[in-house]
Write a protein that binds this ligand. Structure first.
Ligand SMILES: [Zn+2]
Length: 175
């Protein structure tokens, strides 16, 4: 059993980003000509990983390698204007643009069923909202779905303080 030092007590059981420190391990990592001890940590995803104190305390690194890959991908997607799989910059266009003969995006006439159908694209998936005999019912359903899906995503997006796009202002049409 290794001797417990002050720094052990200071760090064991503490949480850093996604990681919680379990114990000091026998592993070490090189730092120039010296080496530093690695802490055995459990990630929020359940993975066990070994990190040095300087890595632990860096919020961009305090996660296991699996989570780091996801984090890097998410950062790239955010730079491209994506959040939670939805391209934020397209939300306004999706809400306000009219590109079919119903005059409302996501509402179209289905010749087969002779009904108005409403659909919405969220996180890359098209969700069928329903089909309606009356165009106004279809438009109403689409508007409700916009509120339900897009506004939730935008709220979540703006609530995320660690967001590289937070300086960008996207205005949602009140329509
Ligand atoms: Zn993880």
């Amino acid at each position: 059993m290794a001797k417990v030092t002050y720094s052990d007590l200071d760090i064991i059981g503490k949480r850093f980003g996604k990681l919680t420190v379990i114990k000091r391990s026998n592993k070490r990592a090189p730092r120039g000509k010296r080496s530093v001890p690695l802490w055995e940590c459990v990630c929020d995803c359940g993975n066990i990983t070994y990190k040095s104190t300087d890595v632990l305390t860096n919020p961009n690194l305090s996660m296991c390698s699996d989570c780091a890959k996801k984090y890097a991908t998410e950062k790239m997607r955010q730079k491209a204007g994506f959040f939670n799989g939805t391209q934020i910059s397209k939300i306004q266009t999706q809400i306000t643009e009219s590109d079919n003969f119903s005059g409302v995006r996501g509402v179209y006439f289905d010749k087969k069923s002779s009904k108005w159908r409403a659909r919405i694209k969220v996180k890359g998936k098209t969700i069928n909202i329903g089909s309606y005999a009356n165009i106004n019912d279809a438009i109403k359903a689409r508007k409700l779905a916009e509120e339900k899906y897009f506004e939730n995503i935008l709220d979540e997006y703006y609530a995320n303080k660690d967001n590289s796009l937070s300086a960008n202002k996207f205005v949602i049409s009140a329509k």
